[in-house]
Design a protein around this ligand. Structure first.
Ligand code: CUA
Length: 320
C-alpha cells in the first residue's frame, strides 16, 4: 500500500471534493495575480509616463473618466461574484453530509487521535476507512481545541471540547495519507500527527472483522455502541422517556434524531448530536414545547461519563 506524504505544495488528491477545491484555488490564484499585475503594472507605467519633466510642468486638470471607472469597478465585481458562488458551491459540497454516510467517532486529545467505530472498539492515530464511500467523522475533544486536517482531502475542521463537529469526505484513492492537527494545542502540537488508510471495501471488511475478533480475544468484548447506550438508557432515562412514542414525564425518544423540535422559548431546530448532548447534560437549556416551563430532569453535567453520553446518543439515533 502506498503512503502518500503531504510534503508538496498541492499533495496528491484523494477525495471526491479535492479536485473542486484545487480548481477554485487556482482560479483565485490566477485572478489575484492578474489583478496584481494590472494595478502594480499600471502604477509603474504611469509613474514614468507622467513624471514631471520641467519645473514649469503643471498637473493636468482631470476630473473623471466614466468608462475607466466603470471598468475597474465592474470587472472586479464580476470576479468577486464568481468567487462567491463558486466558493459557496464547493463549501456546501464539503459540509453537506450524505444521509447514508458511514460514521466514525473522532476524539482529539493532547496529543493524539482516537477513532471509535460502531462496534465499540477504538484505534489510535490511524483511521481506516473504505474507498468510495461517504464517511462522516463525528468529532469532539477531551481538552483543548484541535483541528483535523487531511491535506490530500483538501478539508479541515476544528475539533472542539464540549461539542460535536462533523467532517465528511469520500476517499477515492486507496493508500495511506497524512493527518495533521492544525490548531496550536500545546507543546507537542507538532507531534499530533496521524494517518488515514483507505482500503478497498473487501480489505476494509476483513480488517474490521479481525479487529473485532482481536478485541474479543483480548477479553474486552466489543459491544455495539448503541447497545451500550441502551444499558445507560435503562439505568438513567427509562422512567421518564419512552422509546415507543408515548409520553411519560419527558418527551419520547422515538424518532427524535433528525426531527424538528419546538421549544417553550427560543427558535425551533433540528435535533442533531449537539442538541442531544446538550439536552442530556443540561435539560433546562432547551425545554420542549408542552413540557415547560421548567424541566424536572436532573442535571447530568459532570455526573455522567463522556463515553456514556456518546453511547446514549448512538442509541437515540437508532430509535427510528
Ligand atoms: Cu492538537 Cu495541535
Amino acid at each position: 500500500m502506498n503512503f502518500y506524504l503531504a510534503n508538496s505544495f498541492l499533495p496528491i488528491k484523494a477525495s471526491a471534493m479535492a479536485g473542486k477545491v484545487d480548481d477554485l484555488y487556482i482560479f483565485l490564484l490566477i485572478s489575484s495575480a492578474i489583478g496584481l499585475l494590472f494595478s502594480i503594472g499600471a502604477m509603474i507605467v504611469l509613474v514614468f509616463k507622467y513624471k514631471r519633466k520641467t519645473a514649469e510642468d503643471e498637473t493636468a486638470n482631470i476630473t473623471h473618466n466614466h468608462t475607466l471607472e466603470f471598468a475597474w469597478s465592474f470587472i472586479p465585481f464580476v470576479v468577486f461574484m464568481v468567487s462567491f458562488f463558486w466558493g459557496y458551491n464547493v463549501y456546501s459540497g464539503i459540509r453537506n453530509i450524505p444521509k447514508n454516510a458511514y460514521e466514525v467517532k473522532v476524539i482529539g486529545r493532547q496529543w493524539s487521535w482516537e477513532f471509535a467505530y460502531k462496534d465499540g472498539f477504538s484505534v489510535g492515530n490511524e483511521l481506516v476507512v473504505p474507498v468510495n464511500k461517504p464517511i462522516k467523522l463525528l468529532m469532539t475533544s477531551q481538552d483543548v481545541i484541535h483541528s483535523f486536517f487531511v491535506p490530500s482531502f483538501r478539508n479541515k475542521l476544528d475539533v472542539v471540547p464540549g461539542k460535536y463537529t462533523a467532517y465528511s469526505f469520500t476517499a477515492n484513492k486507496i493508500g495511506t495519507f497524512d493527518l495533521f492537527c492544525t490548531e496550536f494545542c500545546g507543546t507537542k502540537h507538532s507531534n499530533m500527527i496521524g494517518k488515514i488508510t483507505v482500503k478497498s471495501q473487501a480489505d476494509f471488511d476483513m480488517w474490521y472483522k479481525k479487529k473485532v475478533e482481536t478485541e474479543k480475544a483480548a477479553g474486552s468484548d466489543p459491544v455495539l455502541l448503541a447497545r451500550k447506550g441502551e444499558t445507560v438508557y435503562k439505568g438513567l432515562c427509562m422512567a421518564c422517556h419512552s422509546i415507543d412514542g408515548t409520553k411519560i414525564v419527558g418527551p419520547s425518544l422515538k424518532g427524535l434524531f433528525g426531527s424538528k423540535r419546538e421549544f417553550e422559548t427560543g427558535p425551533s431546530m433540528v435535533a442533531d448530536e449537539n442538541y442531544l448532548r446538550e439536552s442530556i447534560l443540561l435539560s433546562t437549556a432547551k425545554v420542549v414545547k408542552g413540557f415547560g416551563p421548567n424541566s424536572t430532569m436532573p442535571v447530568f453535567k459532570g455526573q455522567i461519563k463522556e463515553k456514556d453520553v456518546d453511547a446514549l446518543i448512538e442509541y437515540i439515533k437508532s430509535l427510528k
